[in-house]
Design a protein around this ligand. Structure first.
Ligand code: ADP
Ligand code: DP6
Ligand code: CO
Length: 362
């Protein structure tokens, strides 16, 4: 058994993981258990100073079962997804030695030892700002460190994917593609980095928090209902997205902002269109979201070339990507004029950041 018998000890690791926002959206699974998507997706990883998860994981012989606390409240780990991630990580764990504490854990010990997980999101949870992406990526990353899992980021992305699909993309900074893969066991459904965070550092991302309330329809159940009932989703996944992925990769490689903006806005709008085509229809955006879209569309048309791209995940909050700092300053000025933050307003906060990398705070 682990360590010196009779002695109590705790080993802990803390990590921080930023969220990512898809510019070509993942919406729909072909395998619910393994979380395999019906199309490729591309995202940008955000700055962890603004939207990130911090997770501490600990192991001790004194722990009698696995437990997790999310934002200060204990939550159940019994769901299949958490169990799948824990099982995958335990099976890949290696020996760990901490000489100072006199602790030695062997590969075999990890099957019996229990972990405690304490996680905190510094942004709204389950409100359409991809908390599941940052949360599950951070969970997998921190446990992998604790358990001395030697797999590279791409293998870890396949484990995070089984916690929440979008999480696989948060293992990398910059621009990231989740390749849907072909294998039935999901071994090739992994994230790859398209370009690092320095590649296009002119971009400034502003997040307009329209509502921090928990959404009524989770991403998981929303996309399940879409796949079951929408007539448009198949066309999107098979005809539209594959072409958009190629164009988006080109736009990112060439730092072609007009193309990037057009594709990003079109894909967000089509994602919300398939939500509306779901029965019963799913409304993630609200009137304020629609007003933000009109505002950006008008401005881009007025300028003659796109200055700002908008994208909305499964929630009403706007992610606005500006071409450069000047466009970001003008955007913020306009937003503050049309949507002044007030305690009772629909839009009451702005978060400004740019892209960055995964950080290990441990
Ligand atoms: P979002 O748009 O915020 O990603 P989802 O409906 O996809 O919303 O997922 C929200 C769920 O993700 C939460 O109810 C919780 O189960 C899980 N989650 C969010 N943050 C964390 C975290 N830090 N650690 C573990 N699980 C998390
Ligand atoms: C709209 O990854 O939250 O944010 O895989 O069921 O956990 P599960 O869903 P999740 O879905 C994200 C959907 C999206 C688009 C995206 O991030 O690509
Ligand atoms: Co999510």
């Amino acid at each position: 058994m682990a360590a010196q018998s009779g002695k109590s000890w705790v080993l802990a690791v803390t990590a921080q993981t930023p969220t990512n926002i898809a510019v070509i959206k993942y919406w729909g699974k072909r395998d619910e258990e393994l979380i395999l998507p019906i199309n490729d997706s591309i995202s940008v990883t955000l700055d962890p100073d603004h939207l990130c998860t911090t997770t501490s994981v600990a192991v001790s012989p004194a722990f009698t079962h696995d437990r997790m606390w999310l934002n200060g409240k204990e939550v159940s780990l019994s769901g299949g997804r958490y169990q799948n991630c824990l099982r995958e990580l335990r099976s890949r764990a290696s020996d760990v030695e901490d000489e100072q504490k006199g602790v030695k854990i062997t590969k075999k010990d990890w099957e019996k030892l229990h972990v405690h997980i304490v996680s905190y999101n510094n942004f709204p949870t389950a409100a359409g700002l991809a908390s599941s992406a940052a949360g599950l990526a951070c969970l997998v990353f921190s446990l992998a460190k604790l358990m001395n899992v030697k797999d590279d980021h791409s293998r870890l992305s396949a484990i995070a994917r089984q916690g929440s699909g979008s999480a696989c993309r948060s293992l990398y900074g910059g621009f990231v593609k989740w390749i849907m893969g072909k294998e039935e066991n999901g071994s090739d459904s992994i994230a790859v980095q398209l370009a690092d965070e320095k590649h296009w550092d002119d971009l400034v991302i502003i997040i307009a928090v329209v509502s921090s309330r928990q959404k009524e329809t989770s991403s998981t159940s929303g996309m399940r209902e879409t796949v079951e009932t929408s007539m448009l989703i198949e066309h999107r996944a098979k005809e539209v997205v594959p072409k958009r992925i190629v164009k988006m990769e080109e736009a990112i490689e060439n730092r072609d902002f007009p193309a990037f903006a057009r594709l990003t806005c079109a894909d967000s709008n089509q994602f919300h269109a398939v939500c509306l085509d779901t029965s019963p229809p799913i409304f993630y955006m609200n009137d304020t979201s629609h007003r933000i879209i009109s505002c950006v569309e008008k401005w881009n048309r007025f300028e003659g070339t796109p200055q700002v791209a908008y994208t909305f995940d499964a929630g009403p909050n706007a992610v606005l990507i500006s071409h450069n700092r000047k466009a970001a300053a003008l955007l913020l000025q306009r937003l503050l004029f049309y949507f002044p933050p007030q305690a009772d307003a629909d839009l009451n906060s702005y978060v400004i950041g740019d892209k960055t990398i995964l950080q290990d705070a441990g």
